[in-house]
Design a protein around this ligand. Structure first.
Ligand SMILES: Nc1ncnc2c1ncn2[C@@H]1O[C@H](COP(=O)(O)OP(=O)(O)OP(=O)(O)O)[C@@H](O)[C@H]1O
Length: 332
C-alpha cells in the first residue's frame, strides 16, 4: 500500500514566494526516495509541508495523504499525534535542533512521553534501546549535546526520530555538517534502520551521489518543481534533464575515482521564487535551451527505464500528443 501520496502540492510563502509548484510524490513502505536540488529549490519547504511545519501565513494547496489520511485536512490535535508517531523529521545541524540545556536521554524520552506511549520508567528503558540501535552506549543518555561529537548528536537525532515508531522518516540533509567518514556511517545507519523497520524514507540532499548511494528512487527539484525522477542510479548516471545532468557532475561519483577530478559546476543561481522566469524556469541557465523554453514549460515526459524528465528535448523524443505540451504539474 502507498504510504505517502502527495498530489499537486503547492506552497506559497507570505509575500508570494512560490517555493513548491505542483509536486506529486508517491512512496511505499520500505521505499527510499531521494530529493535532490541546489539550495533554494524548495526541498526543505516540501519536507516541512508534509508535517504541517510551515510558518503561519503560508498558503499550501493540493493533497498530502499519509497512510490514506489527508494531512492538510487534519485538525491540529491530529497533526500533533501524527508528528513523531506517523512521520518524523531528522533535520540538518543537530546542534541547533537539540536543546543545549537538556540531557539527550530526556530529549529522546520526551516524544515518547508526549504521545502517552509509556510511563517514565518505560520511556527511560526505550531511550536506552534507541541509543543502542543508533550505536551509542546507553550511558550517553545523561550527556548534554555539547558533550557529544557532531556524528553522535546526529545519532541522537535519529534515535529521536524513531522514538515513536513512525512509518515515515524524512531526513533533511542529515549529514551536511559531518566529515566524509562520519557522513558514510550515518547514511549506512539510516539505511539499515529504515530497512530493518520497513519504514518509508525521504532523504533530502544537494548531493546526488549521496542520494544515489542510499535511495531507490530520485526526484530532482528545480525552482519548486520536480524536473526529473526515476530509479536512483539511473538518474545519477544518465540524467536526461540538463539540470539533472549538471547536478550529477557537480559532485564526485562515489566509487568512481576519476570523477573526483572532473566535477563541473553550474553557472548562476536558482531563480528567486518571487520572480520566476517565464516558460521553463531553468532556461536562463540551460546550456541547451531553445527559443520555445522561454515561453513554454514542460510536463514530466516518460523516458525509457522508468524515468521521467521535464525537458523539451525529452519531449521531442517522445511520440504522441503529450510531446511538447505545457503543464504546470510535475509528477513522481
Ligand atoms: N519562511 C520563508 N518565507 C519566505 N520565503 C521562504 C521561507 N523559507 C524559505 N523561503 C524561500 O523558499 C525557497 C525555497 O527554500 P527551501 O529552504 O525550501 O529550499 P531548499 O532547496 O531546501 O534549500 P536549502 O538546501 O538551502 O535548505 C527559497 O527561495 C527560500 O528563500
Amino acid at each position: 500500500m502507498t504510504l505517502l501520496d502527495v498530489r499537486n502540492l503547492t506552497v506559497t510563502y507570505a509575500g508570494g514566494a512560490a517555493a513548491v509548484r505542483g509536486v506529486d510524490l508517491s512512496l511505499a513502505a520500505g521505499q527510499k526516495l531521494g530529493i535532490a536540488g541546489e539550495s533554494g529549490c524548495g526541498k526543505s519547504t516540501l519536507a516541512l509541508a508534509l508535517l504541517r511545519l510551515l510558518p503561519a501565513g503560508t498558503r499550501v494547496g493540493g493533497e498530502i495523504l499519509l497512510d490514506g489520511e489527508d494531512v492538510l485536512a487534519m485538525r491540529w490535535g491530529r497533526v500533533r499525534a501524527v508528528r513523531w508517531a506517523g512521520a518524523s523529521i531528522v533535520f540538518q545541524g543537530a546542534m541547533h535542533s537539540l536543546n543545549p540545556v537538556h540531557r539527550v536521554g530526556d530529549q529522546i524520552a520526551e516524544p515518547i512521553l508526549l504521545h502517552g506511549r509509556a510511563t517514565a520508567a518505560a520511556a527511560r528503558k526505550r531511550t536506552g534501546e534507541l541509543l543502542e540501535q543508533v550505536g551509542l552506549p546507553t550511558a550517553r543518555a545523561t550527556a548534554y549535546p555539547h558533550e557529544l561529537s557532531g556524528g553522535q548528536r546526529q545519532r541522537v537525532m535519529i534515535a529521536m526520530a524513531l522514538a515513536c515508531a513512525p512509518r515515515l522518516v524524512i531526513a533533511d540533509e542529515p549529514t551536511t555538517a559531518l566529515d566524509v567518514m562520519i557522513q558514510a556511517q550515518i547514511l549506512r545507519l539510516i539505511e539499515q534502520l529504515v530497512t530493518e523497520q520497513d519504514l518509508g524514507l525521504i532523504m533530502i540532499s544537494h548531493d546526488l551521489a549521496v542520494l544515489a548511494d542510499t535511495c531507490d528512487r530520485l526526484a530532482v527539484m528545480y525552482a519548486g518543481r520536480v524536473v526529473e525522477e526515476g530509479p536512483a542510479r539511473t538518474v545519477h548516471e544518465d540524467a536526461r534533464h540538463p539540470y539533472g545532468k549538471a547536478l550529477s557532475t557537480a559532485f564526485p561519483h562515489i566509487g568512481d575515482p576519476a570523477s573526483r577530478f572532473a566535477p563541473q559546476g553550474l553557472p548562476g543561481d536558482p531563480p528567486d521564487p518571487f520572480a520566476l522566469p517565464s516558460g521553463c524556469a531553468f532556461h536562463p541557465r540551460c546550456p541547451v535551451a531553445l527559443d520555445v523554453c522561454a515561453t513554454q514549460d514542460q510536463m514530466l515526459h516518460e523516458v525509457t527505464g522508468g524515468r521521467r524528465a521535464a525537458c523539451v528535448h525529452v519531449a521531442a523524443a517522445v511520440p504522441g500528443p503529450a510531446a511538447g505540451a505545457a503543464d504546470t504539474r510535475s509528477t513522481t
